[in-house]
Design a protein around this ligand. Structure first.
Ligand SMILES: NC(=O)c1ccc[n+]([C@@H]2O[C@H](COP(=O)([O-])OP(=O)(O)OC[C@H]3O[C@@H](n4cnc5c(N)ncnc54)[C@H](OP(=O)(O)O)[C@@H]3O)[C@@H](O)[C@H]2O)c1
Length: 330
């Protein structure tokens, strides 16, 4: 099979290779998926660059993808052969991810992809969409609440704005840093967008909430924003953190205790099975209903996987970056 891989950490153009690797075989309880698309997330490019030590002598990157089940391993019914699927955790604690024509993985990590959802969009679900859903459903419901999505035009943020509305939030506020990103967040359903470079985010949020603050913050950069949290949330509000630009996150004790804020941290790779099952079923319901907008900004053929990584690292792409295999986009 054709695949992209790296054998050492480093800059994309230096370490990423594309070529032939042996076809994987599905083991017991596994399916073999012929991939059409592979999603490139910040986590994948950071791992390739060295944020986590190499876990195997050779790594085929990317956790997210979509394609068609080509074969099943021992113990599984062949009824799933031919099923369109999307993949989650394809490269989490595994060496061979979705940047290849084929992947063999546990059957539960290949979820039926509803008709009407393209493979390239299917390659944006495992990390961005499931992360957005978890950030909005952990620790209670957002129904009737006011939600602030930090980074509302990001791959996760864009889904979070939409899902907050679908989950019945009374008002969804988003921060972005350019008119283009503001338009993207508004098109996703944001009721108000705050320019975090040109406006006073705290003052705007207090103004937009009648001085009360928001019930929930979906936080993309804890290191940069934690100090604002006590001023942004309503009394006893919630800040759900999924991202941070640096590993150290500072907060100030007094304001934090006075606000009564709860801070939930999570990583989408390690969702509990029941939590993931509920999230996947809800997500597939929305996909089948055509309720979600997807935002694939750029696609690259497998041979240009290094350029795809550089595009994610550039922070200039508004939306998702996806690598496509010869097997096609639909
Ligand atoms: N814990 C998890 O399970 C999990 C899951 C998915 C992603 N992540 C992490 O979350 C981060 C975002 O992922 P993504 O795929 O959504 O990336 P992305 O598409 O690059 O989006 C990030 C967005 O955040 C905005 N942003 C950056 N710094 C900000 C700040 N200080 N305040 C407010 N907005 C800010 C960026 O836009 P502007 O800079 O233009 O405002 C951009 O729109 C990455 O670090 C990723 O590793 C973690």
């Amino acid at each position: 099979m054709r695949a992209g891989w790296y054998e050492t950490n480093g800059p994309a153009r230096q370490v990423l290779r594309v070529g032939e690797l042996p076809d994987p075989e599905p083991g017991p309880g596994e399916v073999l998926v012929r991939l059409a698309a592979s999603g490139v997330n910040p986590s994948d490019v950071k791992t390739r660059a060295g944020s986590r030590p190499m876990t195997a002598p050779r790594v085929v990157p990317h956790s997210d993808g979509a394609g068609v089940i080509e074969a099943v391993g021992p113990g599984l019914s062949p009824a799933r052969v031919g099923e369109r699927v999307w993949i989650w955790n394809g490269q989490w604690k595994r060496p061979f991810g979705t940047a290849a024509e084929l992947i063999a993985l546990p059957a539960e990590q290949a979820v039926r992809l509803p008709e009407g959802t393209d493979f390239v969009d299917g390659a944006c679900l495992g990390i961005p969409a499931l992360t957005a859903y978890r950030a909005l459903t952990t620790d209670g419901s957002v129904k009737g609440q006011t939600v602030l999505v930090q980074g509302g035009a990001g791959a996760v943020g864009h889904y979070a704005v939409q899902m907050a509305k679908l989950l019945g939030a009374a008002s969804v506020l988003a921060t972005t840093s350019s008119p283009e990103k503001a338009a993207h967040a508004r098109a996703a359903g944001a009721d108000a967008v705050i320019d975090r470079h040109r406006e006073d985010v705290v003052a705007r949020v207090r103004d937009l909430t009648g001085g009360r603050g928001v019930d929930r913050i979906v936080e993309v950069d804890a290191a940069a924003n934690m100090r604002m949290v006590p001023s942004l949330v309503a009394q006893d509000g919630l800040c759900v953190v999924y991202g941070s630009s640096t590993s150290e996150v500072m907060s100030t004790f007094g304001p934090m205790i006075l606000s009564g804020v709860a801070v939930r941290w999570f990583i989408v790779y390690e969702l509990a099975p029941a939590v993931r099952e509920e999230a996947v079923s809800r997500l597939n319901g929305w996909l089948a209903a055509g309720a979600l907008q997807h935002a694939v900004a750029r696609t690259f053929p497998l041979d240009e996987i290094a350029a795809a990584h550089e595009a994610v690292e550039s922070n200039t792409v508004v939306g998702n970056v996806v690598v496509t295999m010869a097997a096609g986009r639909r």
